[in-house]
Design a protein around this ligand. Structure first.
Ligand SMILES: NS(=O)(=O)c1cc(-c2ccccc2)cc(-c2ccccc2)c1
Ligand SMILES: [Zn+2]
Length: 263
């Protein structure tokens, strides 16, 4: 995509020059602070369909220069929201080998090692992702906070291929696996707020669901993700490591964060 980075002259403080929404309201990520929270008894558990993919299905694992992403089949969707939200892709944000804190959302100022985003679009109202991406009810993203701890076999299903996508625009096909296994056990405990894409063009089009409980990956798995990738092309003489790909937390203004749990 167009040139933007997380640091330097095209870093996040300059995004709004080419992407005006990045300087606007309803921006993500945010620091989820206790004093912002309001329990909402009407929040239903997240219900997902067709996340358990067969190994006979192929998924595209790619390096887009800003993150590692996995394309998702359109049979995967969220069925518990007011409209059907169909899966498009999932990707990650992480720190670096020297700084194992690279989540985008923080909880009472605690930053996690990394964060996964599963991006869906409102397929009831829009024919495809491109038509949905800039509409206020266009996208629903599931956010999972990631800590370093126990080894996570589900993450291994794609991490074992990561050396095939070291450089920008490289892609490999990987066998399908149970994407549900990447999520925490409890899909009924989450934070909910209206926000935006956390990358340019920063459209305020995202219904955010951040699960309360984090998942863990091992230190080696974290290092694989945080040190394997470059945002430069394969033949470039000076490779540019792809890490610290998280946006800083944004102003909440008068937004409230709803929670589905009481204590
Ligand atoms: N972080 S995010 O969830 O807000 C996000 C969503 C989408 C997104 C994806 C499909 C449709 C619509 C929006 C793309 C990115 C992205 C990450 C790295 C590089 C470029 C773009 C990030
Ligand atoms: Zn993201």
């Amino acid at each position: 995509g167009a040139k933007w980075t997380y640091n330097g002259p095209e870093g996040e403080h300059h995004w709004s020059k080419h992407y005006p929404y990045c300087g606007g309201a309803f921006q993500s990520p945010i620091d989820i602070k206790s004093e912002l929270l309001r329990f909402d008894p009407t929040l239903r558990p997240i219900e997902i369909q067709n996340y358990n993919l067969s190994p006979n299905e192929q998924l595209t694992l790619g390096n887009n220069g800003h993150s590692v992403q996995i394309s998702l089949p359109s049979k995967m969707h969220i069925s518990s929201l007011p409209h059907r939200y169909t899966a498009a892709q999932l990707h990650f944000h992480w720190g670096s080998s020297g700084r194992p804190s690279g989540s985008e959302h923080t909880v009472n100022s605690k930053q996690y090692a990394a964060e996964m985003h599963v991006v869906h679009f409102n397929s009831d109202k829009y024919p495809n992702m491109s038509m949905a991406v800039d509409k206020s009810d266009g996208l629903a993203v599931l956010g999972v906070l990631i800590e370093v701890g126990e080894f996570n076999p589900a993450f291994e299903q794609f991490l074992r291929f990561i050396n095939g996508i070291k450089y920008i625009d490289q892609r490999v096909q990987v066998p399908g696996f149970n994407i549900r296994a990447l999520l925490p056990a409890r899909l009924d405990e989450f934070y909910r707020y209206d926000g935006s894409l956390t990358t340019p063009p920063c459209y305020p089009s995202v219904l955010w669901t951040i699960f309360r409980n984090h998942v863990t990956i091992s230190r080696k798995q974290f290092l694989d993700m945080a040190t394997a990738l470059y945002s430069s092309h394969a033949q470039e003489s000076s490779p540019v490591p792809l890490n610290e790909n998280f946006r800083k937390t944004q102003l909440v203004d008068s937004r409230v964060v709803l929670v589905s749990f009481k204590e």
